[in-house]
Design a protein around this ligand. Structure first.
Ligand SMILES: [Zn+2]
Length: 440
């Protein structure tokens, strides 16, 4: 029998004002490619990086929230590899003196250890367009926190639960949107199998890169465990390799094999002095109340575990709920104390219902708004056919138009619109019609 051994690497982009080592905005989302750059984040020779104080503080706050030991001495290092999204040929990261080490997150009385939390810079983005590969450096140099766990997981359900908890913690701290769709939280499980009862770790591990949903992490783990199990059943050892995740096929595919394993040639970043933090400063970093504590508090009030979980997943739900419970607290009379727990639970039910309705209403409104705002998708093929048909049956209007009666084109536009049942923009129809009329 084989047992899964799973560890995680999580990258979180910090939402600081500026990038990690320059003054460019850290908010690159939706900007025109390569407009959010400077000599530092483009890696031009002679440009000097200056660390972002806020980013260092926030990375330390994350470390502390994950129960890590914060290092008094820390430094940045150069991590070398050659890839087009990395303009300098190295990434400024942290190697042997990260900001914090050896923490843990506890979920349902199970403790999952954190190996380290360090700070680095994000890379540019590659855009594959036909045969071309384009590079957008807007993201280059955005502060990135890397959280590495010990290989403490043996099933994908615990992994998912851990990632959800981490996601909530980061959002509670207010240091990142951790928006997975935008890529501001990216997850990489490393997965292997060992013999049941075997004390040491397996001799290989398979890393699955850059996954951006909890569900996909679960699917990637499931697929990998089955794939590796098959190899082991044949009496072979799976190769140490890096794989990607195919969302459509719900499977992983080979990206880099062991032969290409990188030697990063780490050395201390010579342009940034080492950082030294006083004990007093490190002790003064205050972690706000985190979701787990909130959840425990709610359960003490008598709220069901599942409901307490839902209410504490994000700060706005929590705040919303507490507006109601504060009222309950204020208005409840001494003689009603025995129904207090019941009232809190009823309030929880009410709020959870409202949140659900609200999010439905919200997405419905967004759909209505966007469809009113954006031009309708045109079925070009059908539009062409309809235009030809309308032109064929309305020779008179065409003749009038060609004789200089400009208005008669509106009659033709009206005919096309009617035939298309309004599923097309009148301006587009008019333009297309004008083109066709020129051809006659
Ligand atoms: Zn810059």
């Amino acid at each position: 029998m084989f047992k899964p051994v799973i560890g995680l690497e999580i990258h979180v982009e910090l939402k600081t004002q500026s990038k990690m080592f320059c003054q460019c905005s850290a908010n690159y989302f939706g900007k025109k490619p390569n407009t959010n750059t400077c000599s530092v984040c483009l890696g031009l020779p002679g440009a000097l990086p200056v660390p972002n104080k806020k980013a260092v503080e926030w990375a330390q706050l994350i470390g502390k929230a994950l129960n890590c030991r914060l290092n008094q001495n820390s430094k940045f290092d150069r991590k070398h590899y050659f890839y087009p999204d990395l303009p300098k040929g190295y990434q400024i990261s942290q190697y042997d003196e990260p900001l914090s080490l050896q923490g843990y997150v506890e979920i349902n009385q199970k403790r999952f250890r954190i190996h380290r939390v360090h700070l680095e810079e994000d890379t540019g983005k590659l855009i594959h367009s036909g045969a071309d590969t384009l590079v957008d450096f807007n993201r280059s140099g955005v502060p990135l926190v890397e959280i590495v766990t010990e290989p403490d997981f043996d099933n994908s359900e615990d992994v998912k639960r851990f990632l959800e908890e981490l996601h909530s913690i980061i959002r509670y701290l207010g240091v990142s949107d951790a928006d997975m769709e935008k890529g501001s939280m990216r997850m990489e499980p490393n997965i292997s199998l060992k013999q049941e009862g075997q004390a040491e770790l397996p001799k290989y591990k398979v890393e699955v890169k850059n996954i951006n949903s909890f569900r996909f992490v679960k699917q990637a783990i499931k697929y990998e465990l089955e794939r590796q199990q098959e190899i082991l059943d044949r009496g072979e050892t799976p190769a140490q390799e890096t794989r990607g995740f195919d969302e459509k096929k719900q499977s992983t595919y080979l990206q880099r094999s062991k032969e290409e394993a990188h030697d990063y040639r780490y050395f201390p970043e010579p342009d940034i002095p080492p950082m030294i933090f006083s004990r007093e400063y490190l002790d003064s970093i205050k972690v706000p109340e985190l979701p787990a504590e909130k959840m425990a508090g709610y359960m003490k009030l008598g709220i069901k575990e599942q409901d307490a979980f839902v209410l504490t997943r994000n700060k706005s739900n929590t705040d919303f709920y507490e507006v109601f419970t504060d009222e309950v607290k204020k208005r409840i009379k001494k003689k009603h104390k025995d129904i207090q727990a019941d009232l809190y639970q009823k309030t929880a039910n009410f709020v959870i219902n409202k949140i659900k309705t609200y999010s439905n209403v919200q997405s419905e409104l967004i759909n209505i708004f966007m469809s009113a705002l954006l031009p309708k998708e045109v079925d070009e093929h059908r539009l062409n056919e309809v235009i030809k048909k309308v032109m064929l049956y309305n020779r008179q209007a065409i003749d009038d138009y060609q004789k200089g009666k400009q208005n008669s084109i509106m009659f033709l536009v009206g005919q096309v619109m009617r035939e298309m049942k309004g599923q097309v923009d009148a301006k587009i129809v008019r333009k297309q019609l004008e083109n066709e009329l020129k051809k006659i």
